[in-house]
Design a protein around this ligand. Structure first.
Ligand code: C5J
Length: 223
């Protein structure tokens, strides 16, 4: 139960107490990350996303070793699509809509193989796992209550994709008063320039949304 600092975080030092901090792993699901899934069949280069699995795992291992709270999210809808607004479902490729049969089961439906978290990053018993119907992790979920009842005030974000679900979740968290940091090598986008832009816009203007740092810098602080 102690205050730690990442002195080289961007745009300036980030301090956190692991007892009041959660490591958040956004949407590391097979359909976004693995070859042969939904993301790949839309023409995206999923190897970029797959490449961060070792860094995410290393950070998870370090965080689990200090006994920190872990929250995994999945972008996943109810099988009857009652939590999927038509505005979301009708967007995108007409042959690959949420709920349609995809290469790894029904696309973004809870319980389908493609909606599962990749096996390398599988949640451990006791870790929080939340299905979210939106891009952000607070909309339509119990996440805020789950974090507050555990005394969580600080969040470290990893996962995919940087500019969509990770960024939206971090912005929603910042508005709710959480002190947020995004782990630079623990997040990735299908579009390299979007990742670079997202990291700079989140940390601009004196950490307007929050901080960024690498897994190595955070691991150093945890030693
Ligand atoms: C996530 C997406 N997880 N890009 N979803 O970022 O639609």
């Amino acid at each position: 139960n102690k205050q730690l600092t990442v002195p080289t975080a961007q745009p300036f030092a980030y301090s956190f107490n692991p007892a009041h901090t959660a490591l958040v792993v956004i949407d590391m699901q097979r359909d976004f990350v693995e070859p042969g899934g939904f993301g790949a069949s839309l023409g995206n280069d999923v190897t970029r996303l797959q490449a961060i699995i070792p860094a995410v795992r290393a950070m998870l291992d370090a965080w689990r070793a200090v006994g920190g709270t872990v929250l995994h999210t999945r972008e996943a809808h109810a099988p009857d699509l009652s939590d999927c607004p038509p505005a979301k479902r009708l967007r995108g490729k007409p042959s690959m809509r949420i709920g349609d049969a995809g290469p790894m089961g029904r696309i973004l439906i809870a319980g389908e193989p493609g909606a599962e978290i990749v096996p390398e990053l599988a949640p451990l018993p006791g870790e929080l796992v939340v299905d979210k119907p939106g891009k952000g992790m607070f909309y339509g979920t119990p996440v805020d209550a789950l974090l507050r009842e555990r005394g969580i005030t600080h969040l470290l974000f990893m996962g995919v994709t940087t500019e969509v679900c990770v960024q939206t979740s971090m912005r929603e968290a910042n508005d709710r008063g959480y002190e947020c940091l995004i782990v630079e090598d623990g997040t990735e986008s299908y579009f390299p320039s979007y990742k670079v832009a997202t990291l700079s816009m989140l940390t601009a203007q004196g950490a307007i949304v929050g901080w960024s740092a690498t897994t190595a810098e955070i691991q150093q602080a945890l030693q």
